[in-house]
Design a protein around this ligand. Structure first.
Ligand SMILES: [Zn+2]
Ligand SMILES: [Zn+2]
Length: 313
């Protein structure tokens, strides 16, 4: 069951030093989800080898150009490729009008439906609810209206134990019900409880995306326990004043957030073009949260399924 992030862009504000503007692709079993779409995102997508057809949801954090200027190009390419499948784009208000102007001038208007969901989340709000996962938007603290996003898998049904199917001759059509929580009644009238017939499914995995924002400790409770946190770390802490002035975070603060939220893994990105060497940013965040990695472009960051602990019993 795939759940892996591919970093497309890790640069703040401007592409620099071989780094691109913001874009992260989360590859799931059934589809791919794009977080932000800065300039050159579509070229980076091509480099991943991932099919654009798998992409059906785009989540834009805010309307600073480094987070959405790649969108007109990507949409136009999808149109030229003959895409028919609908696309959902979530963003703070204003994106639909900006895109409409561009796409109107373009003779290749998309032959597919784009469902714009424009919202600035003032509190955590479920925006997308699909069979496989939900997306919750939450407010970040930036210079303009900005959403963070939390994508969480849905709880999978329990796994039925093959030996129990055999032992109790469980009819095939009763298996979905048992996986979902039913007990089984044998021919001789015994009730076999769900727990005896199944093994709990792996816990749902979650990814949180926090870019761009001031350090916001109260976010910890929204993103608590996520498997993978992408948090911006535009500056080193010695440049805290610049971070405060531009509503960004430092690497130390990103580490602090991962630690407060008890996340399992932290990925820092949105690096200022002033830093050639990124290792000091990683080391600084790692002071607060050991399992910190730099967002390296075109690197894959998979999240493995964890074994369910047996507290459910
Ligand atoms: Zn930015
Ligand atoms: Zn910004």
């Amino acid at each position: 069951m795939r759940f892996e992030l591919i970093v497309l862009g890790s640069s703040a504000a401007v592409p620099a030093l071989g780094r691109h503007c913001s874009g992260q692709l989360l590859c799931l079993e059934s589809s791919n989800v794009l977080f932000d779409c800065g300039e050159a995102t579509q070229q980076q997508l091509q480099r991943t080898g991932e099919s654009p057809g798998r992409l059906d949801l785009i989540l834009i954090t805010h309307l600073h150009g480094d987070h959405y200027f790649g969108l007109p190009g990507l949409l136009t390419s999808m149109a030229l490729a003959g895409r028919k499948a609908p696309l959902v784009i979530v963003s703070p208000p204003g994106l639909r009008d900006r895109m409409a102007v561009l796409l109107e001038y373009d003779k290749y208007a998309p032959p597919f439906n784009i469902d714009f969901i424009e919202i600035h989340c003032e509190e955590p709000t479920v925006l997308i609810d699909l069979p496989a996962f939900t997306v919750t938007g939450f407010p970040l603290d930036h210079r303009i209206k900005t959403n963070g996003y939390l994508l969480r898998e849905k709880q999978r049904p329990a796994n039925i134990l093959p030996e129990k199917i055999k032992e109790f001759s469980i009819p095939y059509k009763q298996i979905p019900g048992i996986k979902a929580g039913d007990s089984f009644l044998t021919n001789d009238g015994r009730t076999i409880p769900h727990e005896e017939l199944t093994r709990p499914a792996s816990p749902p995995r979650a990814f949180a995306y926090c870019s761009d924002t001031l350090f916001k400790p109260e976010l910890a409770k929204v993103i608590r326990g996520v498997d993978l946190l992408y948090h911006e770390a535009t500056f080193l802490h010695e440049d805290l004043e610049k971070a405060l002035k531009t509503n960004h975070s430092t690497a130390l603060q990103a580490g602090e957030m991962a630690s407060l939220a008890k996340t399992k893994q932290l990925l820092i990105g949105h690096f200022s073009a002033r830093y050639h060497d990124l290792e000091p940013l990683r080391m600084e965040a790692a002071e607060k949260f050991r399992n910190t990695h730099l967002a390296r472009e075109l690197y894959h960051y998979p999240v493995a399924l964890r074994r369910a602990n047996h507290q459910e019993h």
